[in-house]
Design a protein around this ligand. Sequence first.
Ligand code: ATP
Length: 314
Amino acid sequence: MSSDYPIEFVDLRKEYGQFIAVDGLNLQIKRNSFTGLLGPNGAGKSTSLKILTNLIHATSGHAYLNGADVTTDTKNALMGVGTVVETPEFYLYLTPRETFRYIGEIYGMSKESISSETHAILEKVKMSEWADKRLGTFSKGMRQRIALGLSLMNDPRIIILDEPTSGLDPRGMAEMREILKNIRNDNNDLTILMSSHMMHEVTDLCDRVAMINHGKLLLHDDIERVIGGSDARTLVVKTVGVPDESVISAISGLGNVKSAFRSGNEVIVKFSGEKEEEAELFRQLAQLNVGVYSISESENALENRYLELIKESR
Ligand SMILES: Nc1ncnc2c1ncn2[C@@H]1O[C@H](COP(=O)(O)OP(=O)(O)OP(=O)(O)O)[C@@H](O)[C@H]1O
């Protein structure tokens, strides 16, 4: 396996009985990237990350970390890898300091390095003042930050995170994202793979995105390119009532419209042209008599690309 890709999935497949959760996933994660594994609920993100961290086994195919197969060469694969993949379970009667010592000892770290890493990491995850309080008294967000901190022990070169902000309140989410940004900025030899179903989270934190649905890869690219890569512009058209198929097909047939699809109560219209063509499109939309009451340029190109791909993959 090439060292340019510290994380690789090759023809990965996972079946639960008749159900295919991961369906021939091929994905190579670039060294030093912060990649968002983006997909709706049930897309196969957690399953893929659990296979990658050897919590479950694939039905067929392979997952590699640093070129080592996670199933057959687990020790080498997981060396230098930090993970927060399942809901973290701690000994709730221990404090963060005791928990870090316990994990450090399992890693075989010296007393001194356990103590200095504990200090530095608790600062990073903004938990220093809680170092000697029992974990049982912590909120979900605090436990999640401790779990992230533990994944940083022993200076990993790869970090794998399964929906790290899931279940947190807005403040907890913002704190976690800020910590992740700091970790990324402080470290120039670190590859992070993080699953998320939130597009804005991936745009905010990551430089690469891998979109999956039904266990299949839909797109893998630089976020910048996904956002800016299309010559078509995206308009969000709102109608009174839910737009039905006849509305979608009427809009699809208008001049300069490349595609139109429904997203909730809105129609997402891909359109190529300049101001004059846009003015003409507005005029035609108004004449369709389908109750258009708002037309705006979409601000979230990644979200639209995502919705478009999810729709195509149904
Ligand atoms: N142990 C299991 N037995 C049967 N089906 C399962 C099992 N684990 C997951 N699945 C199914 O596999 C599919 C993929 O699940 P997975 O948890 O990987 O999705 P996900 O993309 O992480 O979504 P979410 O954001 O909801 O966690 C889902 O339809 C799920 O119901």
